[in-house]
Design a protein around this ligand. Structure first.
Ligand code: C2O
Length: 560
Protein backbone atom coordinates (compact mmCIF):
# COMPACT_ATOMS: atom_id res chain seq x y z
CA UNK A 1 0.00 0.00 0.00
CA UNK A 2 1.56 3.27 -1.07
CA UNK A 3 0.63 5.76 1.58
CA UNK A 4 1.55 9.33 2.08
CA UNK A 5 2.27 10.88 5.40
CA UNK A 6 -0.37 13.27 6.33
CA UNK A 7 -2.14 14.38 9.41
CA UNK A 8 -4.95 12.26 10.66
CA UNK A 9 -8.17 14.03 9.89
CA UNK A 10 -11.20 13.69 12.03
CA UNK A 11 -14.08 13.50 9.57
CA UNK A 12 -16.71 14.82 11.90
CA UNK A 13 -16.06 18.49 11.22
CA UNK A 14 -19.15 20.43 10.31
CA UNK A 15 -18.88 22.16 6.99
CA UNK A 16 -22.18 23.94 7.34
CA UNK A 17 -20.33 26.71 9.20
CA UNK A 18 -18.69 27.58 5.91
CA UNK A 19 -21.93 27.84 3.98
CA UNK A 20 -21.56 29.47 0.62
CA UNK A 21 -24.17 30.14 -1.98
CA UNK A 22 -24.62 26.93 -3.98
CA UNK A 23 -22.94 27.43 -7.30
CA UNK A 24 -25.19 27.92 -10.25
CA UNK A 25 -23.57 25.41 -12.55
CA UNK A 26 -22.49 22.31 -10.69
CA UNK A 27 -20.48 19.65 -12.54
CA UNK A 28 -19.01 22.15 -14.95
CA UNK A 29 -22.58 23.03 -15.94
CA UNK A 30 -23.63 19.55 -17.02
CA UNK A 31 -26.21 17.02 -15.90
CA UNK A 32 -25.26 14.20 -16.09
CA UNK A 33 -21.71 15.38 -15.49
CA UNK A 34 -18.97 15.32 -18.11
CA UNK A 35 -17.92 12.05 -19.70
CA UNK A 36 -14.30 11.37 -18.75
CA UNK A 37 -12.42 9.60 -21.53
CA UNK A 38 -9.03 8.01 -20.87
CA UNK A 39 -6.93 5.31 -22.49
CA UNK A 40 -5.96 1.98 -21.03
CA UNK A 41 -2.85 2.35 -18.82
CA UNK A 42 -3.19 6.13 -18.58
CA UNK A 43 -2.33 7.89 -15.37
CA UNK A 44 -5.35 9.95 -14.44
CA UNK A 45 -5.53 13.02 -12.25
CA UNK A 46 -8.84 14.64 -11.39
CA UNK A 47 -9.04 17.65 -9.13
CA UNK A 48 -12.41 18.09 -7.49
CA UNK A 49 -13.30 21.47 -6.02
CA UNK A 50 -16.41 21.48 -3.91
CA UNK A 51 -18.30 24.70 -4.58
CA UNK A 52 -21.51 23.80 -2.76
CA UNK A 53 -22.30 24.10 0.92
CA UNK A 54 -22.27 20.35 1.40
CA UNK A 55 -19.71 17.66 1.93
CA UNK A 56 -18.90 15.49 -1.05
CA UNK A 57 -16.47 12.92 -2.49
CA UNK A 58 -16.16 11.29 -5.91
CA UNK A 59 -15.78 7.55 -6.52
CA UNK A 60 -14.50 6.02 -9.79
CA UNK A 61 -16.87 3.08 -9.85
CA UNK A 62 -15.15 -0.04 -11.14
CA UNK A 63 -11.67 1.46 -11.48
CA UNK A 64 -9.58 -1.11 -9.62
CA UNK A 65 -7.33 1.51 -7.98
CA UNK A 66 -4.39 -0.88 -7.92
CA UNK A 67 -2.39 0.31 -4.89
CA UNK A 68 -4.05 3.73 -5.04
CA UNK A 69 -6.69 3.27 -2.36
CA UNK A 70 -6.47 6.95 -1.37
CA UNK A 71 -8.11 7.80 -4.69
CA UNK A 72 -11.07 5.45 -4.38
CA UNK A 73 -13.42 8.03 -2.92
CA UNK A 74 -16.09 6.58 -0.58
CA UNK A 75 -16.55 9.04 2.31
CA UNK A 76 -15.36 7.73 5.70
CA UNK A 77 -13.83 4.66 4.04
CA UNK A 78 -10.84 5.99 2.10
CA UNK A 79 -11.07 9.70 2.83
CA UNK A 80 -12.91 12.34 4.79
CA UNK A 81 -15.58 14.19 2.84
CA UNK A 82 -14.40 17.17 0.81
CA UNK A 83 -15.87 20.10 2.73
CA UNK A 84 -17.40 23.22 1.21
CA UNK A 85 -14.78 25.22 -0.64
CA UNK A 86 -12.19 22.44 -0.35
CA UNK A 87 -10.29 20.57 -3.05
CA UNK A 88 -9.15 16.96 -3.29
CA UNK A 89 -7.03 15.48 -6.06
CA UNK A 90 -7.56 11.92 -7.18
CA UNK A 91 -4.49 10.25 -8.75
CA UNK A 92 -4.70 6.79 -10.17
CA UNK A 93 -3.96 4.65 -13.24
CA UNK A 94 -6.29 2.49 -15.26
CA UNK A 95 -4.61 -0.88 -15.30
CA UNK A 96 -5.76 -3.93 -17.20
CA UNK A 97 -9.23 -2.50 -17.77
CA UNK A 98 -10.97 -1.15 -20.84
CA UNK A 99 -14.52 -0.15 -21.54
CA UNK A 100 -17.34 1.62 -19.77
CA UNK A 101 -17.22 2.50 -16.10
CA UNK A 102 -18.59 5.58 -14.40
CA UNK A 103 -18.01 8.06 -11.62
CA UNK A 104 -20.37 9.28 -8.94
CA UNK A 105 -20.52 11.19 -5.66
CA UNK A 106 -20.03 8.84 -2.71
CA UNK A 107 -21.46 10.92 0.09
CA UNK A 108 -25.07 10.64 1.32
CA UNK A 109 -27.36 10.17 -1.69
CA UNK A 110 -25.65 12.83 -3.79
CA UNK A 111 -25.04 10.42 -6.61
CA UNK A 112 -28.69 11.08 -7.61
CA UNK A 113 -27.38 14.13 -9.42
CA UNK A 114 -23.58 13.87 -9.38
CA UNK A 115 -22.48 11.24 -11.87
CA UNK A 116 -21.10 10.69 -15.33
CA UNK A 117 -19.52 8.13 -17.64
CA UNK A 118 -15.86 7.10 -17.27
CA UNK A 119 -14.71 5.52 -20.52
CA UNK A 120 -11.42 3.69 -20.98
CA UNK A 121 -10.47 3.32 -24.64
CA UNK A 122 -8.56 0.11 -25.33
CA UNK A 123 -5.10 0.20 -26.87
CA UNK A 124 -5.81 -2.96 -28.86
CA UNK A 125 -8.73 -3.53 -31.26
CA UNK A 126 -12.10 -4.69 -29.96
CA UNK A 127 -12.40 -8.48 -29.81
CA UNK A 128 -15.74 -8.20 -31.62
CA UNK A 129 -16.48 -6.96 -35.07
CA UNK A 130 -19.64 -5.60 -36.55
CA UNK A 131 -20.57 -4.35 -40.00
CA UNK A 132 -20.43 -0.56 -40.31
CA UNK A 133 -19.44 -0.08 -36.67
CA UNK A 134 -19.57 3.63 -35.99
CA UNK A 135 -16.47 5.18 -34.45
CA UNK A 136 -18.24 7.25 -31.84
CA UNK A 137 -19.75 5.62 -28.81
CA UNK A 138 -22.84 6.73 -27.05
CA UNK A 139 -23.25 6.76 -23.27
CA UNK A 140 -26.79 5.97 -22.17
CA UNK A 141 -27.07 6.68 -18.45
CA UNK A 142 -30.21 5.81 -16.52
CA UNK A 143 -30.87 7.84 -13.40
CA UNK A 144 -33.49 8.66 -10.82
CA UNK A 145 -34.57 12.22 -10.14
CA UNK A 146 -36.20 13.75 -7.06
CA UNK A 147 -37.86 17.15 -7.07
CA UNK A 148 -36.19 18.29 -3.91
CA UNK A 149 -33.06 18.00 -1.83
CA UNK A 150 -31.78 14.46 -1.97
CA UNK A 151 -29.98 14.68 1.37
CA UNK A 152 -33.31 15.63 2.93
CA UNK A 153 -34.93 12.58 1.30
CA UNK A 154 -32.27 10.44 2.97
CA UNK A 155 -32.44 12.11 6.37
CA UNK A 156 -36.26 11.91 6.48
CA UNK A 157 -36.07 8.23 5.65
CA UNK A 158 -33.65 7.74 8.52
CA UNK A 159 -35.68 9.90 10.90
CA UNK A 160 -38.90 7.93 10.44
CA UNK A 161 -37.29 4.53 9.90
CA UNK A 162 -39.42 3.74 6.85
CA UNK A 163 -38.74 3.50 3.12
CA UNK A 164 -37.67 6.57 1.13
CA UNK A 165 -39.93 8.92 -0.75
CA UNK A 166 -40.00 7.40 -4.26
CA UNK A 167 -38.16 9.28 -6.97
CA UNK A 168 -40.20 11.61 -9.15
CA UNK A 169 -38.83 10.28 -12.42
CA UNK A 170 -36.43 7.91 -14.06
CA UNK A 171 -34.19 9.59 -16.58
CA UNK A 172 -32.22 8.68 -19.69
CA UNK A 173 -29.12 10.89 -19.93
CA UNK A 174 -30.72 13.22 -17.41
CA UNK A 175 -34.01 13.57 -19.30
CA UNK A 176 -37.32 12.24 -17.95
CA UNK A 177 -39.16 11.99 -21.28
CA UNK A 178 -42.75 12.61 -22.41
CA UNK A 179 -44.51 10.17 -20.06
CA UNK A 180 -43.92 12.57 -17.17
CA UNK A 181 -45.89 15.78 -16.78
CA UNK A 182 -44.51 18.82 -18.62
CA UNK A 183 -41.44 16.89 -19.79
CA UNK A 184 -42.09 16.48 -23.50
CA UNK A 185 -39.24 18.76 -24.48
CA UNK A 186 -36.91 16.99 -22.05
CA UNK A 187 -36.69 13.76 -24.00
CA UNK A 188 -33.57 11.93 -25.03
CA UNK A 189 -33.37 11.36 -28.78
CA UNK A 190 -30.64 9.28 -30.33
CA UNK A 191 -30.38 10.10 -34.01
CA UNK A 192 -28.97 7.29 -36.13
CA UNK A 193 -28.45 6.39 -39.75
CA UNK A 194 -29.94 3.21 -41.14
CA UNK A 195 -27.66 0.25 -41.88
CA UNK A 196 -25.02 1.03 -39.26
CA UNK A 197 -23.90 -0.48 -35.95
CA UNK A 198 -23.58 1.66 -32.84
CA UNK A 199 -21.87 0.86 -29.55
CA UNK A 200 -24.11 1.98 -26.69
CA UNK A 201 -22.47 2.31 -23.29
CA UNK A 202 -25.28 1.73 -20.82
CA UNK A 203 -24.90 2.72 -17.17
CA UNK A 204 -27.42 2.28 -14.37
CA UNK A 205 -26.93 5.27 -12.08
CA UNK A 206 -30.39 4.94 -10.45
CA UNK A 207 -30.33 4.99 -6.67
CA UNK A 208 -32.74 2.31 -5.70
CA UNK A 209 -33.92 0.35 -8.72
CA UNK A 210 -32.72 -2.37 -11.00
CA UNK A 211 -33.86 -1.66 -14.53
CA UNK A 212 -34.91 -3.35 -17.72
CA UNK A 213 -34.15 -1.61 -21.01
CA UNK A 214 -35.33 -2.28 -24.56
CA UNK A 215 -35.68 -0.53 -27.91
CA UNK A 216 -38.78 -1.29 -29.99
CA UNK A 217 -38.14 -3.56 -33.01
CA UNK A 218 -34.39 -3.78 -32.27
CA UNK A 219 -32.27 -6.38 -30.59
CA UNK A 220 -29.08 -5.66 -28.66
CA UNK A 221 -25.83 -7.62 -28.67
CA UNK A 222 -24.06 -7.56 -25.29
CA UNK A 223 -20.26 -7.36 -25.69
CA UNK A 224 -19.01 -6.04 -22.35
CA UNK A 225 -20.12 -5.73 -18.72
CA UNK A 226 -18.48 -3.61 -16.02
CA UNK A 227 -15.48 -2.89 -18.26
CA UNK A 228 -14.81 -6.55 -19.13
CA UNK A 229 -15.46 -8.13 -22.55
CA UNK A 230 -18.04 -10.90 -22.68
CA UNK A 231 -18.91 -13.58 -25.20
CA UNK A 232 -21.27 -11.62 -27.46
CA UNK A 233 -24.91 -12.62 -27.23
CA UNK A 234 -28.02 -11.12 -28.70
CA UNK A 235 -31.04 -10.29 -26.59
CA UNK A 236 -34.35 -8.47 -26.90
CA UNK A 237 -33.72 -6.45 -23.70
CA UNK A 238 -31.22 -6.07 -20.88
CA UNK A 239 -31.40 -6.09 -17.07
CA UNK A 240 -28.96 -3.83 -15.26
CA UNK A 241 -28.59 -3.14 -11.54
CA UNK A 242 -27.47 0.15 -10.00
CA UNK A 243 -23.69 0.27 -10.32
CA UNK A 244 -23.44 -1.96 -13.36
CA UNK A 245 -22.51 -1.03 -16.91
CA UNK A 246 -23.32 -2.92 -20.12
CA UNK A 247 -21.98 -2.27 -23.59
CA UNK A 248 -24.26 -3.35 -26.41
CA UNK A 249 -24.12 -3.21 -30.18
CA UNK A 250 -27.21 -1.81 -31.85
CA UNK A 251 -27.72 -2.41 -35.57
CA UNK A 252 -30.08 0.00 -37.27
CA UNK A 253 -31.68 -2.60 -39.52
CA UNK A 254 -35.25 -1.31 -39.60
CA UNK A 255 -36.92 0.42 -42.51
CA UNK A 256 -38.66 3.38 -41.01
CA UNK A 257 -42.11 3.94 -42.45
CA UNK A 258 -44.20 6.99 -41.76
CA UNK A 259 -42.82 7.27 -38.24
CA UNK A 260 -39.02 7.17 -38.04
CA UNK A 261 -39.02 7.13 -34.23
CA UNK A 262 -38.61 3.90 -32.29
CA UNK A 263 -39.35 4.03 -28.57
CA UNK A 264 -36.59 3.08 -26.14
CA UNK A 265 -37.77 2.46 -22.60
CA UNK A 266 -36.50 1.65 -19.15
CA UNK A 267 -38.52 0.48 -16.17
CA UNK A 268 -37.68 -1.27 -12.89
CA UNK A 269 -37.40 -4.95 -12.19
CA UNK A 270 -39.19 -5.59 -8.89
CA UNK A 271 -39.93 -9.03 -7.57
CA UNK A 272 -42.33 -7.93 -4.93
CA UNK A 273 -46.00 -7.22 -5.26
CA UNK A 274 -45.31 -3.84 -3.61
CA UNK A 275 -43.39 -1.92 -6.27
CA UNK A 276 -42.24 1.36 -4.78
CA UNK A 277 -41.80 3.03 -8.11
CA UNK A 278 -43.37 1.44 -11.12
CA UNK A 279 -43.05 4.22 -13.63
CA UNK A 280 -41.37 3.90 -17.00
CA UNK A 281 -39.29 6.42 -18.87
CA UNK A 282 -38.79 6.60 -22.60
CA UNK A 283 -36.60 8.18 -25.23
CA UNK A 284 -36.48 7.76 -29.00
CA UNK A 285 -34.24 6.20 -31.56
CA UNK A 286 -34.69 8.38 -34.58
CA UNK A 287 -33.67 7.27 -38.06
CA UNK A 288 -32.20 9.96 -40.21
CA UNK A 289 -30.70 9.41 -43.59
CA UNK A 290 -28.24 12.22 -44.07
CA UNK A 291 -24.58 11.71 -43.28
CA UNK A 292 -24.43 13.73 -40.13
CA UNK A 293 -25.37 11.82 -37.01
CA UNK A 294 -26.08 13.94 -34.06
CA UNK A 295 -27.77 13.66 -30.74
CA UNK A 296 -30.47 16.18 -30.08
CA UNK A 297 -32.40 16.46 -26.91
CA UNK A 298 -35.48 18.19 -28.18
CA UNK A 299 -38.50 16.04 -28.89
CA UNK A 300 -40.31 17.22 -31.98
CA UNK A 301 -44.01 17.01 -31.51
CA UNK A 302 -44.74 17.13 -35.25
CA UNK A 303 -47.60 14.71 -35.63
CA UNK A 304 -47.97 13.65 -32.02
CA UNK A 305 -47.64 9.91 -32.54
CA UNK A 306 -49.19 7.80 -29.80
CA UNK A 307 -46.51 6.38 -27.53
CA UNK A 308 -46.47 2.60 -27.46
CA UNK A 309 -43.98 0.91 -25.16
CA UNK A 310 -41.70 -1.65 -26.83
CA UNK A 311 -43.26 -5.12 -26.81
CA UNK A 312 -39.84 -6.51 -25.97
CA UNK A 313 -39.62 -4.56 -22.67
CA UNK A 314 -39.97 -7.13 -19.83
CA UNK A 315 -42.76 -6.60 -17.33
CA UNK A 316 -42.04 -5.36 -13.80
CA UNK A 317 -41.82 -8.81 -12.25
CA UNK A 318 -40.16 -10.78 -15.02
CA UNK A 319 -37.75 -12.83 -12.91
CA UNK A 320 -37.44 -15.46 -15.59
CA UNK A 321 -36.14 -12.88 -18.10
CA UNK A 322 -33.75 -11.46 -15.49
CA UNK A 323 -32.40 -14.91 -14.59
CA UNK A 324 -32.00 -16.04 -18.18
CA UNK A 325 -30.29 -12.75 -19.07
CA UNK A 326 -27.80 -12.99 -16.18
CA UNK A 327 -27.10 -16.64 -16.95
CA UNK A 328 -26.19 -15.70 -20.52
CA UNK A 329 -23.28 -13.47 -19.42
CA UNK A 330 -19.93 -15.23 -19.85
CA UNK A 331 -16.35 -14.02 -19.84
CA UNK A 332 -14.64 -14.06 -23.19
CA UNK A 333 -12.03 -16.55 -21.90
CA UNK A 334 -10.05 -16.29 -25.13
CA UNK A 335 -6.32 -16.48 -25.74
CA UNK A 336 -6.02 -12.69 -25.68
CA UNK A 337 -8.47 -12.19 -22.84
CA UNK A 338 -8.14 -15.28 -20.65
CA UNK A 339 -10.37 -15.76 -17.65
CA UNK A 340 -8.30 -15.77 -14.46
CA UNK A 341 -10.95 -17.13 -12.06
CA UNK A 342 -9.26 -18.89 -9.11
CA UNK A 343 -9.97 -22.59 -9.50
CA UNK A 344 -9.15 -23.29 -5.89
CA UNK A 345 -9.66 -21.04 -2.91
CA UNK A 346 -7.86 -20.34 0.36
CA UNK A 347 -10.95 -19.18 2.15
CA UNK A 348 -14.73 -19.13 1.84
CA UNK A 349 -16.76 -16.52 3.73
CA UNK A 350 -20.52 -16.96 3.86
CA UNK A 351 -22.45 -13.82 4.69
CA UNK A 352 -26.16 -13.11 4.95
CA UNK A 353 -27.50 -9.90 3.54
CA UNK A 354 -30.63 -8.89 5.37
CA UNK A 355 -33.12 -6.17 5.99
CA UNK A 356 -33.92 -5.96 9.70
CA UNK A 357 -36.47 -4.30 11.97
CA UNK A 358 -35.86 -2.59 15.29
CA UNK A 359 -38.46 -1.46 17.77
CA UNK A 360 -39.40 2.17 17.51
CA UNK A 361 -38.19 4.41 20.36
CA UNK A 362 -41.24 5.24 22.50
CA UNK A 363 -41.08 8.99 21.88
CA UNK A 364 -41.09 8.55 18.09
CA UNK A 365 -43.31 7.46 15.24
CA UNK A 366 -41.73 4.96 12.89
CA UNK A 367 -42.86 4.29 9.35
CA UNK A 368 -41.21 0.94 8.71
CA UNK A 369 -43.04 -2.39 8.48
CA UNK A 370 -45.26 -2.99 11.58
CA UNK A 371 -44.46 0.59 12.68
CA UNK A 372 -40.87 -0.36 13.38
CA UNK A 373 -37.57 0.95 12.01
CA UNK A 374 -35.75 -0.56 9.05
CA UNK A 375 -32.10 -1.45 9.21
CA UNK A 376 -29.95 -3.68 7.05
CA UNK A 377 -26.95 -5.85 7.78
CA UNK A 378 -24.33 -8.33 6.62
CA UNK A 379 -24.06 -11.29 8.97
CA UNK A 380 -26.21 -9.37 11.39
CA UNK A 381 -23.77 -6.45 11.59
CA UNK A 382 -25.27 -3.16 10.58
CA UNK A 383 -22.39 -0.97 9.38
CA UNK A 384 -21.69 2.14 11.44
CA UNK A 385 -19.75 4.93 9.82
CA UNK A 386 -16.46 5.74 11.59
CA UNK A 387 -15.28 9.26 12.43
CA UNK A 388 -11.83 8.81 10.88
CA UNK A 389 -11.61 7.23 7.45
CA UNK A 390 -10.95 3.52 7.67
CA UNK A 391 -7.96 3.72 5.34
CA UNK A 392 -6.32 6.35 7.56
CA UNK A 393 -7.09 4.31 10.67
CA UNK A 394 -5.55 1.25 9.09
CA UNK A 395 -2.52 3.17 7.80
CA UNK A 396 -1.85 4.72 11.21
CA UNK A 397 -2.76 1.60 13.21
CA UNK A 398 -5.73 3.15 14.96
CA UNK A 399 -7.63 -0.07 14.62
CA UNK A 400 -9.07 -0.49 18.04
CA UNK A 401 -10.54 2.97 18.32
CA UNK A 402 -12.04 3.13 14.87
CA UNK A 403 -13.02 -0.37 13.84
CA UNK A 404 -12.76 -3.94 14.95
CA UNK A 405 -11.62 -6.88 12.90
CA UNK A 406 -14.04 -9.44 14.29
CA UNK A 407 -16.49 -9.41 11.41
CA UNK A 408 -18.42 -12.65 11.98
CA UNK A 409 -17.59 -14.97 9.14
CA UNK A 410 -20.65 -17.13 9.29
CA UNK A 411 -24.33 -16.33 9.37
CA UNK A 412 -25.41 -15.80 12.97
CA UNK A 413 -28.54 -17.93 12.84
CA UNK A 414 -30.74 -19.82 10.49
CA UNK A 415 -32.25 -17.75 7.78
CA UNK A 416 -35.47 -18.19 6.04
CA UNK A 417 -36.32 -17.86 2.42
CA UNK A 418 -39.68 -19.55 2.56
CA UNK A 419 -41.32 -16.60 4.25
CA UNK A 420 -42.76 -18.61 7.15
CA UNK A 421 -41.72 -16.12 9.78
CA UNK A 422 -39.24 -13.73 8.27
CA UNK A 423 -40.06 -11.02 10.82
CA UNK A 424 -38.91 -12.77 13.96
CA UNK A 425 -35.81 -14.11 12.26
CA UNK A 426 -34.78 -10.71 11.02
CA UNK A 427 -35.87 -8.77 14.03
CA UNK A 428 -32.67 -7.47 15.54
CA UNK A 429 -29.22 -6.67 14.34
CA UNK A 430 -25.97 -5.59 15.95
CA UNK A 431 -24.38 -2.27 15.08
CA UNK A 432 -20.68 -1.72 14.62
CA UNK A 433 -17.76 -0.92 12.36
CA UNK A 434 -16.40 -4.40 11.77
CA UNK A 435 -13.94 -5.29 9.05
CA UNK A 436 -12.87 -8.47 7.38
CA UNK A 437 -9.07 -8.77 7.10
CA UNK A 438 -7.41 -10.81 4.37
CA UNK A 439 -3.73 -11.56 3.91
CA UNK A 440 -2.33 -10.35 0.57
CA UNK A 441 -2.98 -12.82 -2.21
CA UNK A 442 -5.84 -14.71 -0.53
CA UNK A 443 -7.94 -16.51 -3.11
CA UNK A 444 -11.25 -15.64 -1.56
CA UNK A 445 -14.79 -16.83 -2.14
CA UNK A 446 -17.66 -14.82 -0.71
CA UNK A 447 -21.11 -16.38 -0.70
CA UNK A 448 -23.77 -13.70 -0.39
CA UNK A 449 -27.00 -15.13 0.98
CA UNK A 450 -30.15 -13.02 0.83
CA UNK A 451 -32.61 -13.66 3.65
CA UNK A 452 -35.58 -12.39 1.68
CA UNK A 453 -37.23 -10.19 4.22
CA UNK A 454 -39.57 -7.71 2.54
CA UNK A 455 -37.05 -7.13 -0.15
CA UNK A 456 -38.55 -6.32 -3.51
CA UNK A 457 -35.30 -6.43 -5.47
CA UNK A 458 -32.05 -8.25 -5.94
CA UNK A 459 -29.26 -6.76 -3.85
CA UNK A 460 -26.63 -5.37 -6.23
CA UNK A 461 -23.54 -6.06 -4.14
CA UNK A 462 -20.49 -4.00 -5.10
CA UNK A 463 -16.87 -4.60 -4.09
CA UNK A 464 -14.42 -1.70 -4.27
CA UNK A 465 -10.80 -2.23 -5.35
CA UNK A 466 -11.32 -5.63 -6.96
CA UNK A 467 -13.21 -7.25 -9.77
CA UNK A 468 -14.65 -10.66 -9.03
CA UNK A 469 -15.98 -13.67 -10.88
CA UNK A 470 -19.61 -14.67 -10.40
CA UNK A 471 -19.09 -18.44 -10.20
CA UNK A 472 -22.62 -19.35 -9.10
CA UNK A 473 -26.08 -17.97 -8.35
CA UNK A 474 -29.14 -19.77 -7.14
CA UNK A 475 -32.44 -19.58 -5.31
CA UNK A 476 -33.04 -20.83 -1.77
CA UNK A 477 -30.29 -21.43 0.79
CA UNK A 478 -26.72 -21.98 -0.35
CA UNK A 479 -25.72 -25.61 0.14
CA UNK A 480 -22.00 -25.82 0.83
CA UNK A 481 -21.83 -29.49 -0.18
CA UNK A 482 -23.82 -29.34 -3.39
CA UNK A 483 -23.79 -25.85 -4.87
CA UNK A 484 -20.01 -25.52 -5.45
CA UNK A 485 -20.21 -28.58 -7.71
CA UNK A 486 -22.25 -26.52 -10.15
CA UNK A 487 -19.87 -23.51 -10.27
CA UNK A 488 -18.72 -22.13 -13.60
CA UNK A 489 -14.91 -22.09 -13.32
CA UNK A 490 -14.40 -21.85 -17.09
CA UNK A 491 -15.93 -18.59 -18.27
CA UNK A 492 -17.83 -16.97 -15.37
CA UNK A 493 -18.66 -13.28 -15.85
CA UNK A 494 -16.12 -10.91 -14.29
CA UNK A 495 -17.59 -7.75 -12.82
CA UNK A 496 -17.68 -5.35 -9.89
CA UNK A 497 -21.39 -5.48 -8.96
CA UNK A 498 -23.45 -8.65 -8.73
CA UNK A 499 -27.22 -9.04 -8.44
CA UNK A 500 -27.86 -11.38 -5.49
CA UNK A 501 -31.29 -12.87 -6.21
CA UNK A 502 -34.16 -12.27 -3.81
CA UNK A 503 -34.39 -15.33 -1.58
CA UNK A 504 -31.23 -16.71 -3.13
CA UNK A 505 -27.46 -16.48 -3.19
CA UNK A 506 -24.50 -15.54 -5.35
CA UNK A 507 -20.97 -16.89 -4.99
CA UNK A 508 -18.10 -14.65 -6.09
CA UNK A 509 -14.37 -15.33 -6.24
CA UNK A 510 -11.51 -12.87 -6.25
CA UNK A 511 -7.83 -12.68 -5.48
CA UNK A 512 -7.24 -10.18 -2.66
CA UNK A 513 -4.26 -8.64 -4.44
CA UNK A 514 -4.86 -4.94 -3.88
CA UNK A 515 -3.67 -3.73 -0.48
CA UNK A 516 -5.93 -1.19 1.16
CA UNK A 517 -9.30 -0.77 2.81
CA UNK A 518 -12.25 -1.39 0.54
CA UNK A 519 -15.96 -0.86 0.88
CA UNK A 520 -18.30 -3.75 0.11
CA UNK A 521 -21.93 -2.70 -0.05
CA UNK A 522 -25.33 -2.93 -1.60
CA UNK A 523 -25.62 -0.38 -4.43
CA UNK A 524 -29.22 0.45 -3.45
CA UNK A 525 -28.69 3.70 -1.54
CA UNK A 526 -31.49 3.06 0.94
CA UNK A 527 -29.78 -0.17 1.96
CA UNK A 528 -26.40 1.52 2.46
CA UNK A 529 -28.07 4.10 4.71
CA UNK A 530 -29.56 1.25 6.72
CA UNK A 531 -26.14 -0.39 7.10
CA UNK A 532 -25.88 -3.05 4.37
CA UNK A 533 -22.11 -2.74 4.06
CA UNK A 534 -18.81 -3.93 5.40
CA UNK A 535 -15.17 -2.94 5.18
CA UNK A 536 -12.58 -5.27 3.77
CA UNK A 537 -8.84 -4.90 4.43
CA UNK A 538 -6.24 -6.44 2.16
CA UNK A 539 -2.91 -6.49 3.95
CA UNK A 540 0.34 -5.34 2.42
CA UNK A 541 2.24 -7.69 0.18
CA UNK A 542 3.97 -7.94 -3.16
CA UNK A 543 3.36 -9.96 -6.23
CA UNK A 544 6.12 -12.47 -7.01
CA UNK A 545 8.80 -10.73 -9.12
CA UNK A 546 7.66 -12.32 -12.36
CA UNK A 547 4.26 -10.71 -11.95
CA UNK A 548 5.32 -7.14 -11.40
CA UNK A 549 5.28 -6.09 -15.06
CA UNK A 550 2.20 -7.93 -15.95
CA UNK A 551 -0.22 -5.22 -14.95
CA UNK A 552 1.10 -3.28 -17.89
CA UNK A 553 0.67 -5.98 -20.50
CA UNK A 554 -2.83 -5.76 -21.86
CA UNK A 555 -2.78 -9.16 -23.47
CA UNK A 556 -1.71 -11.20 -20.48
CA UNK A 557 -3.95 -12.08 -17.61
CA UNK A 558 -3.07 -10.78 -14.20
CA UNK A 559 -0.48 -13.00 -12.58
CA UNK A 560 -2.07 -15.27 -10.01
CU1 C2O B 1 -20.68 2.88 -7.09
CU2 C2O B 1 -19.34 2.29 -3.31
O1 C2O B 1 -20.04 2.63 -5.24
Amino acid sequence: LFGFDKEILNCSFDTKENMEEPMKEPLNGKYPGPTIIVHERDNVQVTVTNKVARNTTIHWHGVRQVRTGWADGPAYITQCPIGAGKTYTYNFSVVDQRGTLWWHAHFSWQRASVYGAFIIYPRTPFPFSAPALQPHHIPLIFGEWWNGDIEVVESEMMLYGGGPKPSDAYTINGLPGPLYPCSTTDTFILTVEPGKTYLLRIINAALNDELFFAIANHSLTVVEIDGIYTKPFTTTAIMITPGQTTNVLLTTNQIPNSNPNFVMATRPYLTSIFPFNNSTTIGFLKYQSNNITKIKNKFELNNNPPIILPQNLPTLQDTSFATQFLNSLKSLASRDYPCSVPETIDKRVVTTISLNLQDCPSNQTCKGFLNKRFYASMNNQSFVRPSISLLESHYHNLTTTQFSSDFPENPPSVFNYTGIDPVSENMSTNFGTKLLIMPFGTRLEIVLQDTNFLNPENHPMHVHGHNFFVVGRGFGNFDVDKDPLGYNLVDPPERNTVAVPVGGWAAIRLVADNPGVWFVHCHLEEHVSWGLAMGFIVENGNEPWECLDIHYNANVARCR
